[in-house]
Design a protein. Structure first.
Length: 129
């Protein structure tokens, strides 16, 4: 028997806490045999390792993740992580502060595009209550 924690179970619990059950349930329902290895990898590696470590709060990890997604131009995941701030505690003001860092260190166009997505997503969240 291994002393190693069950990274998948830990990851799934963290993923659900951050992204919400509805999002994870949709993702799990869409999973196929083709992408199952990838889904397992991100559940264990991202959610079960990095997101589950004690060194930073979920709020801090949320802000770092949003900044990295914007800086690298991975805008398709920005909205998902903005919605996750309802669970991580990162505020709209803190998200914009992170985007100011993106603008300085990664470029204004990347931050500008991310801010557009952030504004749209926050407005959707407000309408949904």
């Amino acid at each position: 028997m291994s002393d190693r924690p069950d990274r998948y179970a830990i990851g799934m619990a963290t993923r659900r806490a951050v992204l919400g059950d509805a999002h994870v349930d949709r993702a799990e329902a869409a999973k196929t045999p083709l992408d199952e290895p990838f889904q397992t990898f991100i559940t264990e590696g991202a959610w079960g390792s990095v997101w589950s470590r004690p060194g930073l709060s979920r709020r801090d990890r949320s802000l770092i993740t949003l900044a990295l997604l914007a800086a690298l131009g991975n805008h398709e995941e920005v909205a998902m992580h903005v919605r996750a701030t309802a669970n991580t505690g990162a505020t709209p003001e803190e998200i914009i502060e992170a985007m100011l860092h993106v603008a300085v260190y990664a470029g204004v166009p990347r931050a500008n595009h991310a801010i557009k997505i952030i504004k749209q997503t926050l407005a959707e969240m407000e309408r949904q209550g």
